[in-house]
Design a binder for this molecule. Structure first.
Ligand code: ZN
Length: 245
């Protein structure tokens, strides 16, 4: 089975559409690793798509904040502003859908799906040390998100390494999995990358070939930035979309 793995879509429907076009025909099932909403201008467009796609979906911290089930004190001012705007924009049905999303980690076909660390959904895995703690909880493979950084970590014996994805010009990097290693795989963010590459990010995992393909896709970022500005969303968030960090 080939899994399309989407994380941190963050209300960016143009980036989601670009990923779906780029991945067309290359996957059988879809997984959404949390943070469907927050930051971008299209919360209902993204949630409507996820609801009709039948994707296995877990919640992220922004899904909880934007549907009123996480206190906004945990967010910085810009994220709070967007969370309140998103709450006002979402339809009641979409708010109910976000509130009902399951907490990760969730088991899928022999691997785990978690928004943050499999040890704690809100914990960022940003270093080999933090990855080491996560490996103690996860299995052979855990798909994570939350940091908006494509790649992840691998553990072989006692050593933990960062997975470096080189941004190929055509936007596809194949990464075969070894049977004797453990993996935390981060597909990167569809809707707000932070690894200095503003292109939308996603991954495909083929569990028969044991192959992860990391992908990057260009889309019309300027039109999304215009719509964010028109909606009155904070300027630093508009700028960050173009910088990819
Ligand atoms: Zn996020």
């Amino acid at each position: 089975v080939r899994y399309l793995i989407l994380s941190d879509i963050h209300s960016n429907l143009a980036a989601l559409d670009a990923c779906l076009r780029h991945a067309a025909g290359a996957y059988d099932r879809t997984l959404c690793v949390g943070d469907l909403v927050g930051y971008g201008p299209d919360p209902n467009g993204v949630v409507d798509w996820v609801r009709q796609s039948g994707a296995l979906t877990i919640r992220g911290n922004h899904d909880r904040a934007c549907s009123g089930s996480l206190d906004l004190q945990w967010f910085n001012d810009y994220a709070q502003t967007v969370a309140l705007w998103t709450r006002g924009a979402l339809t009641p049905g979409n708010i109910d859908f976000l509130r009902a999303l399951p907490e990760g980690p969730v088991q899928v076909d022999g691997f785990l799906v978690a928004h943050g660390s499999p040890a704690d959904e809100d914990e960022y895995v940003l270093s080999p040390l933090e990855a080491d703690r996560a490996f103690a909880v996860g299995g052979h493979l855990t798909s994570i998100g939350h940091t908006h950084l494509q790649g992840g970590y691998l553990r072989k014996g006692a050593s933990v390494e960062t997975i470096q994805v080189t941004a190929e010009p055509e936007g596809r990097t194949e990464f075969p999995l070894a049977a004797d290693a453990l993996y935390l795989i981060n597909p990167g963010a569809v809707g707000q990358p932070r690894d200095h590459d503003p292109r939308a990010a996603y991954a495909v995992y083929d569990n028969e070939e044991r192959l992860v393909t990391f992908c990057r896709v260009s889309y019309d970022i300027v039109s999304v930035q215009r719509r964010m500005a028109a909606a009155g969303l904070p300027q630093p968030l508009v700028r960050r979309l173009g910088n990819g960090c």
